[in-house]
Write a protein that binds this ligand. Structure first.
Ligand code: AMP
Length: 112
């Protein structure tokens, strides 16, 4: 499958990994939008949040445990933003489910 995040997970494309276990991988975004910007992804290829089902949703709960752990490790005690873009209209450019963990600056709301 021609998926850039699958290739990062498999080590075919280099990345700066900050966390990895049997089901989840986290690595730094190449175009950071905040002083800390990490992508947390399931190793299983799920195309987007629209394809989360009762069969595969356990990994999403695990991703949020990883996010909480990484936020502490990366010094984001003050707070952080987690973003998921789902579909072209929302700005999803990589069609492999991922959550942006961003911190180290203030964020406005509502997001544009
Ligand atoms: P999204 O636009 O929500 O689909 O997010 C995709 C993110 O992947 C963007 O923030 C990109 O900067 C990031 N990205 C694309 N290619 C790579 C790569 N090879 N390594 C790390 N991050 C990447």
């Amino acid at each position: 499958m021609d998926c850039i995040f699958c290739k990062i997970i498999n080590g075919e494309i280099p990345s700066k990994k900050v966390y990895e276990d049997d089901t989840v991988c986290a690595f730094y975004d190449v175009e950071p939008q905040a002083p800390v910007h990490v992508l947390v992804v399931p190793k299983e290829h799920i195309s987007s949040a629209a394809f989360i089902t009762p069969e595969n949703s356990a990994v999403v709960a695990h991703i949020f445990e990883v996010i909480a752990k990484l936020a502490k490790e990366l010094g984001l005690e003050e707070g952080f933003r987690v973003v998921n873009n789902c579909g072209d209209i929302a700005g999803q450019t990589v069609k492999h489910l991922h959550f942006h963990l961003m911190g180290g600056r203030a964020f406005s709301w509502p997001a544009g």
